[in-house]
Design a protein around this ligand. Sequence first.
Ligand SMILES: N[C@@H](CCC(=O)N[C@@H](CS)C(=O)NCC(=O)O)C(=O)O
Length: 212
Amino acid sequence: MQLYYFPGACSLADHIVLEWIDVPYETIRMDRNGIRSLEYLALNPTGTVPLLVDGDFHLTQNAAILWYLADRYSAAHLLGEPSPQGRAEVMRWLSLLNSDLHPAFKPIFSPTRFLPDASRVDEIAEAARDTVRKYLAILNARLDGRDWLVDQRSIADPYLFVMLRWAVRLNVELKGFEHLGRFLERMYADPGVRKAIIEEEGETAERARAAI
Ligand SMILES: N[C@@H](CCC(=O)N[C@@H](CS)C(=O)NCC(=O)O)C(=O)O
């Protein structure tokens, strides 16, 4: 299996899951030019990472890739309790992360995509930080009294971990979100998480220690 990624991007969640399911895989580091190449666009017309290649199966979209890995390697038990409600709980949190929180970061990463008036980029980025905080407050409350987003470790957790690293890096105010702080520490202590980060960012990979 091959995972196409950018260091520290949402594809890090898939990378961590590949570690957790413990199967042989390769990673292919992409850059801005690479994802715009005709060759890559033929595989993923959205020109984004992640992309997973499993034999002749090419899969795009982060949530789909995470679900596919967990479903294909079900012995790792990353899809929650094996019941319709248990799986729906995983999908609920995965959806919040992929459809609500992840896009909320986009105006912070590249405000001019949303508002070409360069004089107002700080304004749009600050408004986006407020939106990110709104979702993080929901996730912080969810982690009150629990280690993971559902009753056991699942594919939603590495996605939340990536979003928290972004929040720290992009100066989103995280004070008071102590349950998220503990979650971040718990994930950094995981050997599979460490291995994926070091492979993507090197031994000196910054450990996002927020003032939480
Ligand atoms: N809906 C897509 C979004 C993927 C996405 O936004 N990927 C980002 C990295 S986290 C990317 O490749 N951005 C490159 C760009 O926009 O130029 C998914 O969930 O996989």
